[in-house]
Design a protein around this ligand. Structure first.
Ligand SMILES: *Cc1c(COP(=O)(O)O)cnc(C)c1O
Length: 371
């Protein structure tokens, strides 16, 4: 699905010498590389505060801790996402409330969001799934009306631009109260291990979050709040400093591959290609098609037989998972997710796809459909 080796080969010398430099410096934790990366990411995103942490799941958890959410508070998120999003809500003894998504964008359905709000609702966690932003303007309006926090899960959409109806452009993750991301190797900005970060424009909240990631300490050995240990290490920060200047061109390479796929599938009635909402750019963390009137699982297997990696993101709705089942849900609340789990298929998507590979993948898909 990804070609991390090919991408590394292009920056190999820089990476290797930088890793060696960090090793020799012995500043492994919270060293200058972490601080420099933090500043550079703040500048790239146009956000006041970046708080690096250990991974994208921690970033979500720390965001919710920083907002002071309490047991029983309801947090609304989507039924169709990676489980990390809902996991941390449950872990903190908050009440996850799952809602359906839009079929075109795979992102939160605004009407479903509105319907799910109760007096206990405290936060909304939109996930910018597969690389394009959810409808943030509508989400902010709902949040304002009901006095709710907005935590953007930007693990799949770092680098995407959101355009407001007045023309203002903001980076994904810098629009709500807090944004979170992951630097897992296969993400659009991936390090060579685990990593994550939290973004906010709120000075007070940033201060709170900085203590939480460091055992609740604001002064050494004084623990004012219950915190966690969640750090981005210096080697990963150094790698991210080398990769961040390439992020926009990485996103362009992904968009180019997506364009190739979509052009090849234009006249195929059995394939719905990804559509991009008018208010966002798409950074194609995944290129996900929906198939119609053909057996998705058979296509999935056929591509595997031809040694073409492909995956079903996500095969089971969260509301159907044992860990997150809730009697308040009824199946008719999740018509879109219930359909998509049977029709979606994600094709290889990364920065190193060449025309030969793309031609092979698209012709293999089309030949299977023609049979
Ligand atoms: C990858 C991912 C996460 C979790 O990130 P980790 O760094 O693996 O903990 C959270 N949310 C979404 C939508 C993701 O894709």
């Amino acid at each position: 699905m990804v070609d991390l080796k090919g991408q590394y080969a292009k920056i190999e010398k820089q990476i290797d010498s930088k890793i060696l430099e960090v090793v020799k410096s012995s500043a492994y934790i919270n060293g200058p590389e972490v601080q420099e990366f933090q500043k550079e990411l703040e500048a790239y995103l146009g956000v006041k505060h970046v708080i690096p942490c250990a991974n994208g799941t921690d970033a979500l958890q720390i965001a919710m801790m920083g907002l002071g959410l309490k047991q029983g508070d309801e947090v609304i998120t989507v039924d169709f996402t990676f489980a990390a999003t809902v996991e941390v809500i449950a872990l903190l003894k908050l009440t996850p409330v799952l809602v359906d998504i839009e079929k075109d964008s795979f992102n939160i359905d605004i009407n479903a969001l509105k319907k799910a709000i109760t007096p206990k609702t405290k936060a909304i966690v939109p996930v910018h799934l597969f690389g394009q932003c959810a409808n943030m303007e509508a989400i902010l309006e709902v949040a304002k009306e009901h006095n709710l926090y907005v935590i953007e899960d930007t693990a799949q959409a770092i680098g995407a631009d959101y355009t407001f109806s007045n023309g203002t452009v903001k980076k994904a993750g810098t629009i709500g109260t807090i944004g979170t991301t992951s630097f897992f190797p296969s993400k659009n900005l991936g390090c060579y291990g685990d990593g994550g970060a939290i973004f906010t424009n709120d000075d007070e909240l940033a201060h709170t979050l900085k203590g939480i990631v460091n055992h609740g300490m604001y002064k050494r050995y004084y623990h004012d709040v219950v915190g966690v240990n969640s750090r981005l290490d210096s080697i990963q920060a150094a790698i991210l400093r080398i990769k961040l200047p390439h992020l926009d061109s990485y996103c362009d390479a992904r968009r180019k591959a997506a364009e190739f796929y979509s052009t090849a599938f234009t006249n195929c009635e059995n394939i719905v290609t990804p559509s991009v909402s008018s208010f966002t750019t798409h950074v194609f963390h995944q290129y996900t098609i929906q198939v119609k009137n053909i057996d998705r699982n058979a296509l999935h297997q056929h591509l595997l037989d031809k040694e073409i990696p492909n995956a079903i993101y996500y095969p089971v709705p969260l509301h159907s998972q044992k860990a997150y089942a809730d009697t308040r849900y009824s199946e008719s609340d999740f018509n879109v997710t219930n359909e998509l789990v049977n029709t979606v298929l994600s094709l290889p998507m990364h920065t190193e796809l060449d025309e030969e590979q793309l031609t092979f993948i698209t012709s293999t898909v089309l030949n299977f459909i023609k049979q």
